[in-house]
Each structure stands twice: as C-alpha cells, then as structure tokens.
Design a protein around this ligand. Structure first.
Ligand code: NAD
Ligand code: UFG
Length: 340
C-alpha cells in the first residue's frame, strides 16, 4: 500500500481517483482549496470507502502550508489534478489561470523536491493538441493549444520535462485526458459544476432534471457523419483507474524522461449519438434545438489509446451506456437531495 497525495482531490476527477486508489488498496490523501468543490463530496465517499483520509484544505500556491503537510504526512507519490479548467474563463482571466495552474504547480514541485517526494502523475488534457494535427491523436501528434487554459497545461508539461531532465530523482507521468464523463456507480460522487454547465453531459443532465429548459446543439454542419461535433467520451472511473495504472509503472520510467500517455477510448461519439443514448438508457426525453457553432470548437477530438494500453496495461472498459446511466444516477440524486 502506498500513500498518495491527490491535489484537487475533492473535485470531479479527484473524487473518482480517490475511489480508484482506495479500491486498489492505496491510502489516498485529498488536498484542495475548495475553490471549485466542496469537502462534502469526499466526505460522502468516505462513508463507503473509509480508507480515504479527510480532505486537507491547502492552496497549492502556499509553499509553507505544503511543507508543513509533507513534514507531518508520509507521502509516496502525488497525483496532481488541482487547477482551473474553464476555457472561456481562461480567455477572460488569463493571469488568474497562469497564476493558479502554472505558478501553483511550480510551488508544488518545489515543496515536493524539498521533501524528497519525487513520484508524480499530472492530469493534462487533449486540449494541448493542435486542432490542425492528426486525429485520432497519438502522443506524437502536433501540440498547439488554442486557449490560455490549454497553454497552462502545455507549460506545465514542459516544466515537468525540464524538471525530470535536471534532477534524476524524479519519476513523472503526464496523462492527457479526452472527455471525462459519467460518475461512480455508487451515485455518491459525480460531476457537479457551479452555475450553468459548459460541458455537454452536465448540461444534458440539467435538462433531464428540469433545471434547464433545453439543450443547444452547437452546430450540425461539421464534417462528421451526422454533422454534430465528435468527442472521445471516457467514463471517469476508467480515467481514474488509468492513474492507478500510471502509478504502477512510475518506477520503470528512465531517469530524465517523462512518460506521456493519452487516456481515451479511441471511439468518437457525436453530440447527437450521446443525446440519443442518454434518452434510451434513462428513458427521458431531452428537449433540444440546433444553434450555430460555438466559437473555438473543433469537429473531432479523439484519442489513439494504444500507447496507454501497451505501456500502462490499461484500457477503458465502460461503455457510452454506462456513462449515460451513471451520470444521470448521480445528477438525479444530487439534485433531489440538494447536495452542495
Ligand atoms: P474540478 O474543478 O472539479 O477539480 C479541480 C479541483 O482543483 C477543484 O476541487 C478545485 O477546488 C481545486 N483547485 C483549483 N485550484 C487550486 C489550488 N490553487 N489549490 C488547491 N486546489 C485547487 O475539475 P476536474 O474536472 O476534476 O479536473 C481535474 C483536473 O483535470 C484539472 O487539472 C483539469 O484541468 C484536468 N482536466 C479535466 C478535464 C475535464 O473535462 N473535466 C479534461 C482534461 C483535463
Ligand atoms: N456541446 C453542445 N452543447 C452544449 C455543450 C457542448 O452541442 O451545451 C457540444 C460541443 O460543441 C462539442 C461537444 O458537445 O462538440 C463536447 O463539448 P464539451 O464542452 O463537453 O467538451 P469540449 O470537447 O469542448 O471540451 C472539453 C473540456 C476542455 C478540454 C477539451 C479537450 O471542457 O477543457 O474537452 O480535452 F480542453
């Protein structure tokens, strides 16, 4: 059993990583500043998986706070998920994004190096790939993020590459997520955006719950089979298990190198297919209308997941039906019980 610090541990992906770590027999310690989450989710998870430590409230830019945590808690490895993630907001507030995501990560890495904690997994994004690059994306596809958010992700990847090259103690894996969706099958944790959701699945769930009147489909004139945008939706529990797999191969990464792997399914799903699957699986009609394209969107984002399969021994196992069923189970219950 290892002791794993999870930054952003009370967020959407973080809580599912806590569950996967616990299922794999690790001891997980969530850290968060609660800027986009509440400790309540981790507390609910602790009711069904008591091995998870209570969440620690620290901002990753607080080096003294991190140093004091690392002095009192033995930590074998870190899964780094803390960050701001709204593309549109990053265009309006770039300095806030660079300060939080980039300066925050540098501060975290400094505190970890001081404490000799040098096993590190970073939650990056498919948004680092250039929209002009090849699809499905392999890890060798051209990078070229198009938003400040995407550039913070790529900058952190480069900082990690430089850090590994400079100091042979580090073992670092970078995981590039495609479109995480769905929720833990227990229904106690899931995606819980504040305000009106930007992303497709939480928006669909709000329409299903009667909290929003209709879904807007952003464009039906893309060069895709049905004209709507295509994405590689990956069940968040599959994604979380990918982190456990990455931890398992960290020691084998040669000094000076960073292991970079896509976490996706390799299967592209259109907006229309996702809505129709949600309706069929959950027996709920989703009111929708087609509007013009959303600025900045691309037609297709899809992973080539082969490298993760061969190097991490990991593969997404859950279906689009599982994603739709589990997303709704959580959304329906969290709305009914008014979870924070
Ligand atoms: P989330 O907002 O639910 O979780 C991120 C967590 O980080 C939140 O709980 C937030 O409070 C915390 N946080 C932010 N800044 C912090 C700071 N300075 N110190 C401590 N905690 C801080 O988002 P998520 O969907 O769980 O995303 C987790 C990570 O995965 C992020 O880094 C995100 O960029 C990345 N990612 C997410 C997606 C996605 O579609 N959800 C896709 C690709 C990559
Ligand atoms: N869409 C709609 N209506 C909506 C919301 C989305 O039609 O109300 C469509 C989009 O146009 C797109 C698809 O649904 O075709 C998926 O959109 P999302 O907003 O759910 O996801 P994106 O692929 O646009 O972006 C996500 C994350 C980004 C990340 C990117 C690549 O939000 O942070 O995946 O990993 F950069």
């Amino acid at each position: 059993m290892s002791r794993i610090l999870v930054t952003g541990g009370t967020g959407y992906i973080g809580t599912h990583v806590l569950a996967a770590l616990s299922e794999a027999g690790h001891h997980a310690i969530p850290l968060d500043n609660f800027s986009n989450s509440s400790p309540a989710a981790a507390e609910r998870l602790r009711e069904i998986t008591p091995r998870i430590a209570p969440p620690v409230e620290i901002d990753m830019r607080d080096r003294l706070g991190l140093a004091s945590l690392l002095a009192r808690e033995k930590v074998d490895a870190v899964i780094h998920l803390a960050g701001l993630k709204a593309v549109g907001e990053s265009v309006e507030q770039p300095l806030r994004y660079y300060d939080n995501n980039v300066r925050g990560t540098v501060t975290l890495l400094q505190a970890l190096a001081d404490a000799n904690v040098t096993r590190f997994v970073f939650g990056s994004s498919a948004t680092v790939y250039s929209p002009e690059g090849t699809t499905p994306s392999t890890e060798q596809s051209a990078v070229g993020p198009t938003s400040p958010y995407g550039r913070t992700k790529r900058l952190v990847e480069q900082i990690l590459e430089d850090t590994a090259a400079a100091d042979p103690r580090w073992r670092i894996a970078v995981l590039r997520y495609f479109n995480p969706a769905g929720a833990h099958s227990s229904g106690v944790i899931g995606e819980h955006p504040r305000g009106v959701p930007n992303n497709l699945m939480p928006y669909v769930c709000r329409v299903a719950a009667g909290q929003l009147s209709r879904l807007q489909i952003f464009g039906n004139d893309y060069p895709t089979p049905d004209g709507t945008g295509v994405r590689d939706y990956i069940h968040v529990c599959d994604l979380a298990e990918g982190h456990v797999a990455a931890l398992g191969v960290l020691e084998g990464i040669p000094a000076g190198e960073v292991l970079t792997a896509n976490l996706g399914t390799g299967r592209g799903v259109s907006v229309k297919e996702l809505i129709e699957t949600f309706e069929r699986v959950n027996g709920i009609a989703i009111a929708r209308e087609t509007v013009s394209r959303r600025p900045g969107d691309v037609a297709v984002y899809c992973a080539n997941p082969e490298f993760a399969q061969s190097r991490l021994g990991w593969k997404a196992r859950r279906s689009l039906e599982d994603i739709c069923r589990d997303a709704w189970r959580y959304a329906e219950r969290s709305a009914r019980e008014k979870w924070p």
